[in-house]
Design a protein around this ligand. Structure first.
Ligand code: GLC
Length: 576
């Protein structure tokens, strides 16, 4: 977990951060009535309420446009307010609207209503409009930065609201994040790339001035000071989901959104010294935001990169520089899918092949291209690998294969069609074959297996939060159920998702919706887990709604590109 963001009063203690926060300081006040007067009635089933969006769009446009073009050091906005958004243990409440999901379903699980109630409690309002959901509504623990809106944590919330025909908060979030992207981002004397999106943002309230302040964290407050590489990708993915589910292309078509996408693409398509099409990353730059040995080319980021490129390609307009990006995207997608499908893929045959690798091979005829030393295959791999099944390993770089399993990257690979249909089936086979290891008593293991002993010391830097089978180190994260469920539906295995959902339903609400579980089987509520963790709640909702109406998959999943398929089946050097 990232460290707390310094509060505004303590900023003068830290000169570097002071500069940075003064740059990103933004003020406005929130209309009292606006917060209280939300429409709590159930939405119409077939009609997306578009009436409110035109004026909201205008209001947010007014906020977004000048920031994008001028990149001012300090933006001040003031409207009336008396609603306190600070002290997020009690964020702006909105009473429960009837969830649309389950209306036609035979399965009215009581957890659904409770989940909706909690999800709405996590809504954060800025200028009277919902702009996101905070990470956790747990008043029993120190908030740290769990009282912020994390971009990645908002993903399942966004899908839940879209599936429930409530696109407004998603649109507001997208525009707000876009505006934050336009801020100057500085860590000490160094300025981050223009396209970087924040890991999280927070709305503060000044009860005296009746004004709100927004602060954002681009990595300058995070533990290890790592910028989130995933945020920009998730932003693009949410934008495409919004467009797909509402049919409203006007948001993605806006010059600001087009520019936002191009800025993100400029960062990740930049040419440099790379010999691989994958993105080189620092440790802790994604959901796993502490040192866990994922530096290099982590599968989570590569899969998100691939998915975001495909989504951006669908939304970029050729005019105003978009054409050039579309061409670059095409080339990169091609290279990326070839690289990952070939070199990250591991199954029984491949383990055997690596086991028999010769080393010190030189030139184009080399079979062991990255000079992986067979002795570096950890013992657990030989037992873990079933004869049926396979997966994309954690990382591939010179002489280094991180053989660990990471759920997020593999499910995103299935959903984005980075995995071929055969690979997607094999990934699902593996989960089925290794159910106790990867699902256990509480879905789902974020990574497998845990690092222990000396390896844990070296790789995590003795991190006490990431001890074996806890947190990022082999802990179980209920939020991941939405990813598994979508992958199950895509590959035609709803029964697997149903089984996992039963496990979730047997405990998650009783346990107070924890952030994560500990232990080999995920049996124990995590040592430092927050309760009422928003993405544990929204992840469950998304999974349920998708099981109820599998057509929702369309906003998350992308079809395979036929051109890439042809290329791979013809490729002589392809290894599967
Ligand atoms: C932890 C998680 C990170 C998440 C944040 C807020 O830091 O590692 O992925 O975004 O909490 O929930």
């Amino acid at each position: 977990m990232s460290s707390d963001m310094p509060d505004v009063t303590s900023l003068s203690l830290d000169a570097a951060l002071h500069v940075s926060f003064m740059d990103v300081d933004e003020r406005c006040t929130v209309g009292h009535d606006a917060v209280l007067l939300h429409d709590n009635s159930p939405r119409q089933l077939s009609n997306i309420d578009q009436t409110h969006t035109a004026s909201d769009e205008r209001a947010l446009n007014e906020l977004v446009a000048p920031a994008i073009s001028l990149r001012p050091l300090r933006q001040i906005e003031t409207v009336k307010s008396s609603e306190c958004l600070e002290g997020m243990a009690s964020p702006s409440f909105r009473s429960v609207g009837t969830p649309r999901t389950g209306l036609n379903s035979s399965d009215h699980h009581p957890m659904l209503v409770e989940a909706w109630e909690n999800l709405r409690k996590s809504l954060v309002y800025f200028r009277g409009k919902p702009v996101g959901t905070i990470a956790a509504v747990d008043s029993t623990q120190e908030a740290l930065n769990y009282n912020q809106v994390f971009v990645r944590d908002f993903v399942p919330s966004a899908f839940a609201f879209l599936m429930n025909r409530e696109p407004e908060v998603v649109k507001n979030f997208l525009l707000k994040a876009l505006r934050l992207q336009a801020w100057e981002k500085r860590i000490d004397c160094f300025t981050l790339g223009e396209g970087a999106m924040p890991a999280s943002f927070k709305v503060l309230h000044d009860p005296v001035r009746k004004s709100d302040t927004m602060i954002a964290d681009f990595g300058e407050s995070a533990i290890g000071r790592v910028a989130p590489v995933d945020s920009g990708f998730w932003w693009i993915i949410i934008l495409r989901a919004y467009t797909k589910s509402t049919g409203d292309h006007s948001l993605a078509d806006k010059p600001d959104c087009q520019r936002g996408m191009r800025l993100i693409l400029t960062l990740c398509l930049a040419e440099g010294f790379d010999t691989f099409p994958t993105l080189l990353c620092a440790d802790g730059c994604s959901m796993i935001d502490r040192r866990m040995g994922i530096y290099g080319y982590p599968i989570e980021i590569q899969a998100l990169f691939f998915m975001a490129l495909k989504c951006a390609k669908l939304m970029l307009k050729p005019e105003a520089g978009g054409k050039e990006f579309i061409e670059r995207i095409d080339k990169r997608l091609h290279a990326l899918s070839y690289h990952i499908r070939s070199y990250f893929w591991l199954d029984f045959q491949k383990v055997n092949k690596i086991y028999r690798y010769k080393t010190e091979e030189y030139s184009h005829t080399a079979v062991n291209k990255f000079n992986v030393i067979p002795d570096s295959i950890p013992d657990w791999v030989f037992d873990f690998m079933p004869t049926r099944g396979g997966y994309f390993i954690g990382n591939v770089s010179p002489a280094r294969m991180d053989f660990r399993w990471f759920l997020l990257g593999n499910c995103v690979a299935v959903l984005s069609s980075l995995a071929t249909p055969e690979q997607s089936s094999a990934i699902m086979d593996l989960i089925e074959e290794r159910w106790m290891d990867l699902v256990g008593e509480m879905p789902l293991k974020i990574s497998y297996p845990a690092l222990e002993g000396h390896e844990w010391k070296i790789v995590t830097g003795c991190d006490p939060k990431n001890t074996r089978w806890s947190y990022h180190n082999g802990g179980s994260w209920p939020v991941l159920i939405w990813l598994l469920t979508s992958a199950c539906i895509k590959t035609g295995r709803p029964q697997m998702a149903r089984k996992a959902l039963e496990l979730v339903e047997s405990r998650l609400s009783k346990d107070g919706w924890p952030e994560y579980y500990d232990g080999k089987l995920g049996r124990y509520i995590g040592k430092q887990a927050r309760k009422f963790q928003t993405w544990s709640i929204s992840g469950y909702l998304v999974a349920k709604m998708m099981m109820d109406d599998p057509s929702h998959l369309g906003m998350i999943s992308l079809d395979e590109d036929k051109k890439m398929k042809t290329h791979l089946s013809r490729s002589a050097s392809c290894t599967f």
